[in-house]
Design a protein around this ligand. Structure first.
Ligand code: CA
Length: 289
């Protein structure tokens, strides 16, 4: 297996891939350039940092935006129109911003935040159900990598500097988490765990920042099952898509790279695709309750 370049986007911080099965479209974002892409096309240029987005059955996008002040917000926006509505706000330190997030299988939007200086555990993880925002936990430095097991009973989570994947029991009815434990420890030599998704076999696919690869892991044994090289050093996130849900779409970034690294990995910031032999978990939409 190898990663093929789909689009040489030269993104500063390509992230947050989301697969829309209805339109067979990959949405993704450039957090620092404040852009939303559909495939190769920029469909929205925002005035705030976008941490992540989710699709809605009505065709609008739910976004997590932060603007360099103490309020971050969940904003509903319609592509191609200036129509934006703030659905909820979260008050945090001005030194944090929203980062990775996605909808749980019941349609809640789970979004974490991070220290913009990437040093202190001042970030948190929130669950938004359309009515209220619940803080699931705090004390995280760079909130990333969230996904669920195929039976929807386990939530997997990454705080990047810990180099660990944590597992929690997940109650899909209430959205509550319990029983945190370490599922996977990632060796220093591999890179930093960033975005993550899961497949129908229950294995986890993790993009490794600084590691030029996506990796497949068994969360029950903690074992590394597969390494797929990506010709971009800062491999940031991944999601399954395609007609048969076997294509892994991989985002990357140019942020934090030396001139020498950029010469070695000129496709950094690109969007890539890996044809796998597994079926991926779908992207869940936002269903307010
Ligand atoms: Ca990330």
């Amino acid at each position: 297996m190898e990663a093929q370049l789909l689009f040489d986007a030269k993104a500063t911080l390509g992230e947050g891939p989301v697969w829309d099965a209805k339109s067979q479209t990959l949405y993704w974002i450039d957090i620092l350039e404040k852009r939303i892409y559909a495939g190769e096309k920029v469909i929205a240029q925002l005035d705030k940092f976008i941490g992540c987005l989710s699709l809605r059955p009505n065709g609008t996008l739910l976004t997590a935006l932060s603007g360099g002040d103490e309020l971050s917000s969940f904003v509903d926006l319609r592509v191609g129109s200036s129509q934006q509505s703030v659905l909820a706000t979260v008050s945090e330190s001005a030194n944090t911003r929203f980062n990775d997030g996605k909808c749980d299988p019941a349609g809640r939007f789970i979004v974490g935040s991070m220290d913009i200086n990437e040093k202190d555990p001042i970030g948190s993880v929130y669950s938004f159900n359309g009515k209220q925002v619940t803080k699931l936990f705090g004390g995280v430095t760079i909130s990333n990598g969230l996904t669920w097991s195929p039976d929807r009973k386990t939530f997997y989570y990454i705080d990047t500097p810990t180099r660990k994947v944590q597992a929690f029991d997940y109650d899909l009815t209430t959205g509550q988490i319990a029983n945190p434990r370490v599922a996977i420890r990632i060796a220093d030599t591999l890179g930093w765990p960033d975005g993550m998704t899961s497949d129908a076999d229950g294995n986890l696919w993790i993009a490794l920042w600084g590691g030029a690869q996506v990796t497949k892991w068994n969360p029950n044994t903690g074992q590394l099952l597969e390494q797929i090289p990506v010709p971009a050093l800062q491999t940031s996130s991944c999601i399954f898509g395609g007609k048969d849900m076997n294509e892994l779409y991989v985002t990357s970034a140019r942020k934090g790279m030396s001139q020498a690294d950029l010469q070695k990995y000129p496709l950094s910031g690109g969007l890539f695709k890996v044809e796998t032999k597994v079926t991926g978990m779908p992207t869940f939409e936002f269903i307010p309750r």
